[in-house]
Design a protein around this ligand. Structure first.
Ligand SMILES: *[C@@H]1O[C@H](CO)[C@@H](O)[C@H](O)[C@H]1NC(C)=O
Ligand SMILES: *[C@@H]1O[C@H](CO)[C@@H](O)[C@H](O)[C@H]1NC(C)=O
Ligand SMILES: *[C@@H]1O[C@H](CO)[C@@H](O)[C@H](O)[C@H]1NC(C)=O
Ligand SMILES: *[C@@H]1O[C@H](CO)[C@@H](O)[C@H](O)[C@H]1NC(C)=O
Length: 454
């Protein structure tokens, strides 16, 4: 951090982070590869759009793909000419690439709308990360960047409706627009992005139903629309047979657990919690979804009983069914799931005897939750006093002496559930990045240091 401060007297500072090595190696090998003047000027003017007209690209970076590389910009050589293939804009953290606004809340900046077409033949990846002062809409001129394979606009202050012209970027494999303030519907045209692997619009204020066209995104591996205001049915998602992650938590989806869900055979993580979906677990043949590792259906208005077929999900590590209207008895088979490490059933109307054995309770600890099921009791013959399930009475209705002891464990349980879950879905986002980096795009890093100048 120290060096940053020292350098901040310069208007524009270059850093070479890890990935910078690539361009310098190239520069040694290939001293001054030519670049088309129009290409070069398009790059300068894109940067100028943020920094201001005073920024003289040809002066500061006469050979941006060669011996004067700009961090965040990387180039590929086609037919002996350099082309800009990656432009990454965001602050420095981890390996991510950077264009850093120092006083983010003071000076709102919008994405320039002009001249993107000049990069339309070459730009493959564009990222703007963690610039809260970057506001306004996504310019519809992004629709000109037809070679784009990755568009990542994460944790900025962007707003307004999503432009339907993003649907023209048919080479996109990754579209991540999470953590902004986008409103309005998901455009129908997004259904044309049939090479998409990763689609993440989470943490915005998008509303309305899912377009039917989403069912055509059959290559999708990860779909994350969590934390929006989306509503209506999710039945069209059944077509997404390669999907491994489906995260729709905290929306307003309804229409029941439609049978089509079970067509998503590849799903490993399905998180639908906090939606008024409703319906009955018995409408799904769970044995068809045997790759599931995480199944979170808490707070989804489920009714009916918990079917035995859930206990065929042998890879299940996390099962969340809490805060629903489930009733009936629990099958002891749930305790035989070989990988289960969190099972939350609290806040339902389950009844009868909990016939799990002590080793199960002791393995799960506070990651087993069954409290707030007034008609449920545990078979005290199967349990010594050290490992009673919190908040569940013994079947003979004696009052236990362990209230206080168990209380602490409940609090741990709440925490554990969250952190467990955050980790597991965090894994998804990291793995998407990992996945992408493996894709072979070479990237460099640009830091624009704008604290006094914007
Ligand atoms: C940028 O710098 C170059 C070389 O120093 C100079 O020739 C050119 O006029 C400058 N351009 C602007 C717009 O100031
Ligand atoms: C789904 O995955 C399989 C195996 O990885 C692959 O062969 C197939 O092409 C994928 N389907 C689509 C529509 O991408
Ligand atoms: C959720 O959707 C229902 C219709 O299914 C609608 O009546 C309700 O207003 C929506 N709630 C919110 C918070 O948008
Ligand atoms: C809970 O289930 C019992 C039967 O076990 C039933 O009598 C009771 O009405 C149910 N309570 C609610 C709130 O549904």
């Amino acid at each position: 951090m120290k060096s940053y401060t020292a350098f901040s007297v310069f208007i524009f500072v270059i850093f070479f982070l890890l990935l910078g090595a690539w361009c310098s190696e190239e520069a040694d090998a290939d001293d001054l590869a030519p670049m088309e003047k129009t290409e070069q000027e398009a790059l300068y003017s894109a940067i100028q759009g943020f920094v201001g007209k005073w920024w003289n690209g040809s002066d500061l970076y006469p050979d941006p793909c060669g011996w004067t590389p700009i961090q965040g910009v990387s180039c590929d050589l086609f037919n002996g000419l350099w082309y800009v293939t990656v432009l990454n804009i965001g602050p420095v953290h981890d390996n991510s690439l950077s264009f850093c606004f120092i006083s983010p809340y003071k000076y709102p900046v919008e994405i320039p709308t002009e001249n993107w077409w000049k990069l339309s033949e070459s730009l493959e990846s564009l990222e703007f990360r963690s610039n809260p002062s970057l506001t306004g809409q996504i310019p519809s001129s992004f629709g000109d960047l037809r070679k784009l394979q990755s568009l990542v606009l994460v944790e900025n202050g962007l707003n307004g409706w999503l432009t339907s012209r993003i649907g023209h970027l048919v080479q996109l494999k990754r579209l991540v627009l999470s953590g902004n303030c986008f409103t309005g519907p998901i455009p129908d045209s997004f259904g044309e992005l049939n090479q998409l692997l990763i689609f993440d619009l989470s943490q915005n204020s998008l509303s309305g139903p899912l377009p039917n066209t989403l069912g055509s995104l059959t290559s999708l591996l990860k779909l994350d629309l969590s934390n929006n205001l989306l509503e209506g049915s999710i039945s069209q998602l059944g077509n997404l047979k390669n999907l491994t992650l489906l995260d729709l938590r905290s929306n307003n989806f309804s229409g029941g657990l439609t049978k089509s869900i079970q067509e998503m055979h590849s799903l490993e993580e399905m998180a639908l919690s906090s939606n008024p979906i409703g319906g009955d677990l018995n409408s799904i043949e769970w044995q068809n979804m045997d790759k599931l590792v995480i199944l979170d259906l808490s707070k989804t208005g489920l009714t009916g009983e918990i079917p035995e077929s859930i206990s065929e999900l042998k890879r299940l590590r996390f099962l969340g069914l809490s805060e629903n209207k489930l009733r009936g008895n629990l099958t002891p088979k749930l305790a035989t799931l070989p990988c289960i490490s969190a099972l939350y059933l609290h806040g339902n109307n389950l009844s009868g005897e909990l016939k799990f054995v002590e080793p199960f309770y002791s393995k799960m600890g506070s990651r087993f939750g069954a409290w707030n099921n007034p008609n449920l009791c545990y078979t005290s013959a199967l349990v010594t006093t050290g490992h009673v399930p919190f908040g569940v009475k013994p079947c003979q209705a004696e009052v236990t002496l362990l209230e206080t002891n168990s209380k602490t464990r409940l609090e741990d349980g709440g925490l554990n559930q969250n952190s467990y879950f955050a980790t597991s879905l965090g894994f998804s986002s990291h793995s998407t990045d990992g996945f992408w980096w493996l894709g072979g795009l070479l990237q460099l890093i640009m830091v624009l240091w704008l604290n006094w100048f914007l």
